[in-house]
Design a protein around this ligand. Structure first.
Ligand SMILES: Cc1cc2nc3c(=O)[nH]c(=O)nc-3n(C[C@H](O)[C@H](O)[C@H](O)COP(=O)(O)OP(=O)(O)OC[C@H]3O[C@@H](n4cnc5c(N)ncnc54)[C@H](O)[C@@H]3O)c2cc1C
Length: 263
């Protein structure tokens, strides 16, 4: 069994978290030794405490692969989004263009049903292999930023017969990023409640730009919780709680966290 000391203040995109001994899964057989462990991916949607009690595991490089066989693309759970994007571009496959702008590995991408506007990973999936077996797309209850998959994602298959990689779409997604802050963050902190924009709600309760310590709701997009340098886990949690309370008190809207908090 292999473990690695991971510094989450470096590993996660929001640059917060302690140094944790993480189990590295080298083959699917090894999962049986880590029943009560939580699986993580690239750390782009994680807020990890400085001393988490949750036991963590991640897929090793053995799960970083792409094979194209008879029009089926088989992609390993640890494959970075950039590699999938480049593969699609090189092979003139469409449907993958949005991946360039979503920092991720395949497992996290599917778990979160990540996407931009109407373009979500669920749209192009053929099947997902999890610890309990292979599930077809139709059997997975994908919704907005939700897959309902609560076990390790090992691999996914995509049908690779949709040709015409679109450089126009790549440009469109790039432009959609122009209103996002450059400081470290975990992307959108809350999901957009139906009929509302989470960023607008946070703005309307006076929290846009509001800072505690070195954490703040961004001035550029209020649904981004940004780290201004030495941000701490407790500062992030205080800001999250404050936004949830104020938005509920003023609008009666319950914000749902998109970010995964690891305690
Ligand atoms: C600057 C920035 C912009 C972003 N923009 C977007 C955007 O436009 N749209 C969007 O949807 N997201 C966006 N995100 C959020 C993030 O990129 C996605 O949620 C991404 O899919 C997370 O992938 P990850 O590999 O980093 O997963 P992690 O952050 O490591 O984990 C996220 C969740 O997935 C689970 N998970 C990870 N790997 C596996 C696995 N193999 N099996 C089962 N569960 C697993 C974890 O337990 C956790 O619950 C953005 C993030 C940043 C930092």
């Amino acid at each position: 069994m292999k473990f690695e000391q991971i510094n989450f203040a470096k590993q996660t995109s929001i640059r917060i978290g302690g140094i944790v001994n993480v189990a590295i899964i080298e083959s699917a057989d090894e999962f049986k030794n880590f029943n009560n462990y939580k699986i993580i991916g690239g750390g782009n949607n994680l807020l990890v405490s400085e001393n988490p009690e949750t036991k963590l595991m991640m897929l090793s490089k053995n799960f970083d692969y792409i094979y194209l066989e008879n029009n089926i693309l088989r992609v390993g759970g640890a494959t970075p989004n950039g590699k999938i994007f480049n593969f699609a571009k090189k092979n003139n496959l469409t449907g993958f263009e949005f991946l360039q702008n979503i920092p991720s590995r395949l497992g996290g991408l599917i778990k979160m049903n990540a996407g931009m506007k109407n373009y979500e990973i669920a749209n192009i999936i053929h099947s997902v292999s999890t610890l309990s077996g292979k599930k077809n797309r139709a059997d997975i209850n994908f919704k907005y930023r939700f897959s309902g998959i609560d076990e390790p994602i090992i691999e996914a298959e995509f049908i690779a017969n949709n040709f015409g990689f679109s450089h126009e779409l790549v440009e469109l997604f790039k432009n959609m990023r122009s209103n996002q802050p450059k400081e470290p963050s975990a992307g959108s902190l809350f999901k957009n409640p139906e009929g509302y924009s989470a960023g607008k709600l946070i703005d309307e309760v006076g929290l846009k730009g509001f800072r505690i310590g070195d954490m703040a709701w961004s001035n550029i997009h209020a649904n981004f919780l940004i780290n201004l340098g030495g941000g701490k886990f407790h500062e992030a949690i205080e800001l999250i709680n404050l936004a949830e309370t104020r938005v509920f008190d003023k609008f009666g809207v319950k914000l749902t966290r998109e970010v995964c908090i690891v305690l």
